[in-house]
Design a binder for this molecule. Structure first.
Ligand code: G6P
Length: 625
């Protein structure tokens, strides 16, 4: 949540910062702002609303020269999305500016202290107290009041301030008294350093600087980085120099472009076959066995596991729900799935032989990160299934399996979800292979079916025009329900979530068997109900039961939209609209049945005139609890 950019180099900082914010806008779009340092002056501009408002304001005003600057795109926590609450926040004298991502939990006490000391607070934010704390530290360092440039003074002030802060924060600041420096600090929220030639960057995500450099360093917990055009210095909050390791970003700027699509979401839906194929790449040996040595969990330890707990949020949680079916069926290990935000607060029973699997696209979701820390404190093994290299969650886990969806920019998750499923299937099959709970040839059979999935998803994508037509037709409906059984149940939840997120429409997913215990009271004439029908060739009993559920809702006047396997003649007569998907094994079905629901939600939201990449009130990387 909130996107941050800092730049020190040879280019116009304002251009680099605005371009970086454009790439980070998925992290929040309640307001945007920029500050640059030039010739002993701090100049800033900020506007409520999307980045375009700031860009328009800058175009009308005087240019912002300077080769050092910071920028911010906000997802509001403290204070409504207004101009005064937009970042950067400045001190009383306009000497320094700071941007922030996260929540400073002890801000009320610090704010009272700042006010008592005579500082003027101009916003409702927790961030502004940092500007005034920095002001006090800089004033103390500038005892003779000459305001002479002192390289390193801002970094020292930042370290002193950070030691007083509680909560989660990424902070980036500039100050006219240390004019060549941009200083960043990090606790629990992400900050990456981009290392260029004669220029350096700070950003919440590499996307902000990938057009200039692919060399990156992830700032560690409780560290402060000072970047200048010609160098980078990293220390702990205590001032002790830190050892850092860099990495090379393995995708280029075109991966973060729309490539001719109207929305990132459309592009990301279309990329799903490739994303699945990439996630499988190199993980299936020539003999059909899985090789997941990269996970770094010794085989002996994996054999001793007696319970698996999956923790995740949002769409990733739905992937976890599906993983449970696969893990228990293939590995015969009891598996629980829990919303990460609930997990640690109920005192879960975890032991050294529990494997906790944390699923997260961004690797930064605060609830999931906190669940990981809790599990590690209990000495459980923790495996991350994550899409972003080097992000906080995999860094704090014992092991990681990276999905290879590439950058996912639309706020609503699509390709990350399908690759999370693939990641879960791989882990489950690997455990089954290792523990011998599936015969080798059976496991290899599933693995080879998994390898067919990019084709199957391709086929689905090619037949989506009727789904788009249906979405346009239903755009004025007030409510849509989704039903499923077995792995179709989490798919129903995911279908409903997509519609809520994108179309702001009341949508609910239910386990079809639960219908008669309450939700059936919602059914009335013409209500659209999407039913995810299991394969008739898989578990017949499941198929027959859902056909009965369809009868029950039809009898009450629902408009039945069925997603079923091609050639399912039994269900066809009861469908007002039939969406066919290719036959795939039951446990893998979510890979094909979710796709029409993504397309449906995206098209319906577009028909309602919504920005599907940036739905209201949401942000992609949720770095607050
Ligand atoms: C946000 C996003 C969702 C995502 C969830 C978890 O709510 O809008 O699309 O599923 O966070 O994110 P993660 O990065 O942990 O997968």
């Amino acid at each position: 949540m909130c996107g941050i950019v800092g730049y020190a180099g040879h280019r116009q900082a304002a251009d680099v910062v605005i371009e970086g914010l454009r790439r980070l806008e998925y992290r929040g779009y309640d307001s945007a702002g920029i500050a640059v340092v030039e010739d002993g002056k701090l100049r800033s501009a900020k506007r409520a609303g999307k980045l375009v408002n700031l860009v328009e304001a800058l175009a009308e005003g005087a240019p912002l020269p300077g080769r050092v600057g910071v920028g911010h795109t906000r997802w509001a926590t403290h204070g409504p999305p207004t101009d005064p609450n937009a970042h950067p926040h400045t001190d009383c004298n306009g000497h320094l500016a700071v941007v922030h991502n996260g929540i400073i939990e002890n801000f009320a006490a610090l704010r009272a202290e700042a006010a008592a000391a005579g500082h003027e607070l101009a916003s409702d934010t927790d961030t502004e107290v940092v500007a005034h704390l920095l002001e006090a530290e800089m004033a103390a360092a500038d005892a003779d009041g000459t305001q002479l440039a002192r390289p390193g003074s801002l970094a020292e002030a930042m370290r002193r301030v950070c030691r007083r802060l509680e909560g989660a924060f990424t902070l980036v600041a500039v100050d006219i008294r240390d004019p060549g420096a941009v200083v960043g600090a990090r606790r629990n929220s992400p900050l990456v350093i981009g290392c260029g030639e004669g220029e350096n960057f700070l950003a919440s995500d590499v996307a902000a600087f990938i057009a200039y450099t692919r060399r990156a360093v992830e700032l560690g917990q409780d560290q402060v980085a000072e970047i200048r055009a010609d160098g980078v210095t990293v220390t702990g909050f205590d001032g002790v120099p830190a050892r850092v390791t860099g990495y090379r970003v393995d995708w280029d700027v075109s991966a973060a472009e729309k490539a001719g699509y109207e929305y990132f979401m459309l592009k990301e839906i279309a990329e799903q076959p490739r994303a699945i194929a990439d996630t499988l790449l190199g993980r299936i040996g020539a003999d059909g066995n899985l090789t997941l040595d990269e996970m770094r969990l010794p085989a002996d330890e994996l054999r001793e596991i007696d319970k698996i707990v999956v923790v995740a949020c949002g769409t990733a949680y739905h992937a976890g729900m599906i993983a449970k079916y696969a893990i228990e069926h293939w590995c015969r290990i009891p598996c629980e799935v829990e919303l990460a935000s609930e997990f640690r607060y109920r005192d879960p029973i975890l032991t050294r032989s529990t494997l906790v699997i944390a699923i997260s696209q961004s690797g930064e979701t605060m609830d999931t990160l906190m669940a990981v820390r809790h599990a590690r404190e209990q000495r459980s093994r923790v495996l991350a299934i994550c899409n972003v290299n080097g992000s906080s969650i995999p860094r704090e886990c014992d092991a990681v399996l990276y999905t290879r969806a590439g950058p996912e920019i639309a706020v609503a998750s699509t390709k990350a979800f399908l690759t999370q499923l693939v990641g879960c299937y791989l882990v489950a099959l690997y455990l089954a292979q290792l523990r011998g709970t599936k015969y080798g040839d059976e496991a290899r059979d599933v693995v080879s079916q998994l390898a067919q999935m990019p084709n199957a998803v391709d086929v689905v994508l090619e037949t989506m025009e009727p789904v788009r037509a249906l979405a346009r037709e239903l755009a004025s409906e007030g409510c849509v329900l989704f039903l499923g059984r077995h792995v179709g149940f989490p798919v129903a939840l995911e279908g409903a979530l997509k519609l809520k997120e994108l179309a702001y429409m009341h949508a609910e997913g239910f386990a079809a068997g639960e219908l008669k215990h309450g939700p059936i009271a919602l059914i009335e004439g013409g209500l659209p109900v999407v039913v995810v029908v299991p394969s008739p060739g898989g578990r017949e009993v499941l198929h027959d039961k859902i056909v009965s559920n369809i009868q029950e809702i039809r009898a009450r006047g629902a408009r039945v939209i069925v997603i079923a396997e091609e050639g399912d003649h039994e269900v066809k007569p009861y469908a007002d609209t039939l969406i066919e998907v290719p036959h795939v094994p039951t446990l893998l079905q979510p890979l094909v049945t979710t796709v029409p629901l993504q397309v449906f939600a995206c098209e319906l939201a577009t028909a309602k005139g919504h920005d599907v990449d940036q739905p209201r009130n949401l942000a992609k990387s949720v770095t607050v609890e």
